[in-house]
Write a protein that binds this ligand. Structure first.
Ligand code: 5GP
Length: 205
C-alpha cells in the first residue's frame, strides 16, 4: 500500500496557518490533521483534543521523556509538540497528514522525514502580518512585539521549504496547497518505490 504524504505547513505567527488549515480540513476531508500538544492556555473558542491537547508543563515533559513526540519546540514561552504515534499510524494507513507547526519543529521533522512536503505560508507583507496579529485581539503588546520579532526571524528560514504560498486570500491559498498535494502524489519517485517493492516481492515468490 502507498504510504500517505506528510505535509508540513509553517509560516510566521499570524500569517493565517490556522485558518488555512481549518479550511483545508473542511474542504479536503481525506486530509488528516495532526493535533499538537501545547502548554499554552486555550484561547476563547478552542477545544481540547480538537485545536490542541492542552497540557501542563509536567505532562508535556512526561511526553518528551516517553519519546511520544515526533518533534517539539519552545515558542514564545510555551511548548508545542507533535504526537508521534498518530502521525506514524496515519502515514502507514496510506492517508495524508498535515502538521501545522512553527519553523524549528519543521526543521526537526525534515531531518526525520526528508521525503515530506514542506510548505511555507507567506504573508502578503509584514505590515499586513502585524495588523493580523494585532487584530486578533488575543495577545498583549509585549507578546505582539515578541511574535513580530520571531516572525521576521522565521521568514529567513523559507529556503528550507519546498514551496512558498502567499496567503493573500484564504480560498486562493487553499487552492494552491491542494494543487501542491495533487502534484506531489504524481511524483515519479512514489511510483518507482512501489515498482521496486513489487519487483522484490515477485523475485521472492
Ligand atoms: P499558537 O499559540 O498561535 O496556536 O501557535 C504558535 C505557533 O506554534 C504557531 O506558529 C504554530 O504553528 C506552532 N505550533 C503549533 N503546534 C505545534 C507543534 O506541534 N510543534 C511546533 N514545533 N510548533 C507548533
Amino acid at each position: 500500500m502507498k504510504r500517505g504524504l506528510l505535509i508540513v505547513l509553517s509560516g510566521p505567527s499570524g500569517v493565517g496557518k490556522g485558518t488555512v488549515c481549518a479550511e483545508l480540513r473542511h474542504k479536503q476531508s481525506d486530509l488528516i490533521y495532526s493535533v499538537s500538544a501545547t502548554t499554552r492556555s486555550p484561547r476563547q473558542g478552542e477545544t481540547d483534543g480538537i485545536n490542541y491537547f492542552f497540557k501542563t508543563k509536567e505532562q508535556f515533559q512526561e511526553m518528551i521523556a516517553k519519546d511520544a513526540l515526533l518533534e517539539f519546540a519552545e515558542y514564545v514561552g510555551n511548548y508545542y509538540g507533535t504526537p508521534r504515534d498518530f502521525v506514524e499510524r496515519t502515514l502507514a494507513s496510506g492517508k495524508d497528514i498535515i502538521l501545522e507547526i512553527e519553523v524549528q519543529g519543521a526543521l526537526k521533522v525534515k531531518e526525520k522525514f526528508p521525503q515530506g512536503v514542506f510548505i511555507f505560508l507567506v504573508p502578503p507583507s509584514l505590515d499586513e502580518l502585524k495588523q493580523r496579529i494585532t487584530g486578533r485581539g488575543t495577545e498583549n503588546a509585549d507578546i505582539i512585539d515578541h511574535r513580530m520579532n520571531v516572525a521576521v526571524e522565521e521568514m529567513n528560514l523559507i529556503h528550507y521549504y519546498d514551496y512558498a504560498v502567499v496567503n493573500d486570500q484564504i480560498d486562493a491559498a487553499c487552492h494552491r496547497i491542494h494543487c501542491i498535494i495533487e502534484a506531489e502524489h504524481c511524483r515519479k519517485e512514489r511510483f518507482i518505490e512501489q515498482l521496486e517493492e513489487v519487483k522484490e516481492a515477485s523475485e521472492k515468490a
